[in-house]
Design a protein around this ligand. Structure first.
Ligand code: HEC
Ligand SMILES: [Cu+2]
Length: 400
């Protein structure tokens, strides 16, 4: 297809990083096709616009009559001119339709054997499902391999847009929508692991989350492409952004997925729980500093160990079992004053993930609920202590 691009348009399509260009950089196989047809239509429209406006003003001058002169009426037509201006432009329209339809079909025809990932869009964030309980807000794919996204929404209509790939598709609640692309330019690792550790430590100190805009690389040190929601979906629509990282090889990507598949043995459950709080979307609905405004769920500050009034008038002690149940089956006990809108995380978090989240919530309580809640867990029916969770994880690993 590239060789069909008229010579005059071709150079434009290449200057994607220049200030003159309309386009962000191009990093998928769709980019060049979609850019040249865009330029083609724009230039054709511009040429006609200029010609018509010039004729418009030219004729007002040419046919201007002085005051008092008799008006003329048009009595005849010119068949040749009318045929030329009807048939001529219709060829241009056919060219636009042909390449437009071809591009549309290319987007709709998902290649067999594509690498498949799940995407969950929610107010306001993204969860990319890599399988095996690995769900992460960043989209990671492999260069040169077609990737297929199977997309669902947990609430309202969203739309996934990756400008550098020239792909965009609505995500509608209650159904699956699909898109595919083949990324061409791998991301680069621009920061060393030591530097990343220092930055992470700095963020932990100031309780800041990773600032992609300012740093222009991911917490793993990769450059990225932007991904955002382009369907207005409420208050924080403009924050519904994430990044795409393109790995050079599948092995690279697998290593990345592995890294996020479970808590490192050296990491404390509470600190891992904090990461899950950010990564798994809890932070969009729960604050950790007592803030209520702007959050649809209760704050986690001083939650553990507190006595919780429920919507049905009962009270319950927020011990480990209650916290665990609230995550797996949120509708079982609704906190008073809140809507039952929390999605269930059953089957989406490992036992160790839940244990880590509970430990994190406990770390946010001043009342030192730990002892009390731990004693409870011991006699509880549902045993979810960390050693068991870790054993399961170890089994997992051995199986791989
Ligand atoms: C879409 C918004 C939303 C998301 C996302 C969400 N929650 Fe909730 N959560 C709520 C709401 C609303 C309630 C209160 C109603 C209820 O009890 O179900 C709640 C209640 C809870 C409670 C009980 C709190 C109390 O005060 O009794 C816990 C624990 C909890 N969520 C944990 C989590 C965890 C862990 C995650 C992330 C893995 C999460 N939530 C994600 C909305 C959300
Ligand atoms: Cu959205």
């Amino acid at each position: 297809m590239l060789n069909m691009i008229p010579a005059a348009i071709m150079p434009l399509a290449d200057y994607t990083d220049s200030k003159l260009s309309f386009f962000p950089e191009s990093a998928s196989t769709f980019s060049s096709d979609s850019d040249w047809i865009f330029y083609f239509i724009s230039i054709v429209a511009l040429i006609f616009f200029i010609a018509i406006v010039i004729a418009l003003f030219g004729f007002t001058v040419k046919y201007k009559k002085a005051k008092g002169m008799a008006a003329e009426s048009q009595t005849d037509h010119n068949t040749t001119i009318e045929l030329v201006w009807s048939i001529g432009p219709s060829f241009l329209l056919i060219v636009m339709f042909y390449f437009g339809a071809q591009g549309y079909l290319a987007h709709r025809t998902i290649p067999e054997g594509s690498y498949e990932l799940g995407v969950d869009a929610y107010k306001w964030g993204w969860g990319i499902n890599y399988g095996k309980f690995v769900i992460h807000p960043e989209l990671h794919v492999v260069a040169g391999e077609p990737t297929k996204l199977t997309m669902t929404s947990s609430d309202v209509i969203h739309s996934l847009y990756i400008p550098a790939f020239r792909v965009k598709k609505d995500i509608v609640p209650g159904r699956y929508n699909y898109m595919w692309f083949k990324a061409t330019k791998p991301s680069e690792k621009v920061v060393t692991d030591e530097e990343l550790e220092q930055l992470a430590a700095k963020d932990a100190e100031t309780n800041a989350s990773w600032n992609y805009d300012e740093r222009q690389f991911t917490p793993d040190g990769y450059t990225f492409y932007d991904l955002y929601c382009t369907e207005y979906c409420g208050t924080n629509h403009s924050e519904m952004q994430t990044v795409v990282v393109v790995h050079e090889t599948r092995a690279d990507l697998d290593a990345w997925i592995k890294k996020y598949s479970k808590r490192a043995s050296t990491e404390s459950p509470a600190s891992y729980g904090q990461k899950l709080y950010e990564r798994r979307g809890c932070k969009t609905c729960h604050s950790i500093d007592g803030t209520k405004v702007g959050y649809v769920g209760p704050t986690w500050k001083d939650l553990a160990g507190a006595s919780r009034p429920l919507a049905n008038g009962d009270e319950v002690l927020a011990d480990e079992n209650y916290l665990r149940e609230s995550i797996l089956n949120p509708k079982a006990k609704i906190a008073a004053g809140y809507q039952p809108v929390m999605p269930s995380y059953k089957g989406q978090l490992t036992d160790d993930d839940i244990y880590s989240l509970v430990e994190y919530i406990k770390s946010l309580s001043e009342s030192g609920s730990g002892g009390e809640a731990e004693a409870d867990a011991g006699e509880g029916t549902e045993e979810d202590t960390s050693p068991k969770a870790n054993d399961e994880q170890a089994g997992d690993e051995a199986a791989q």
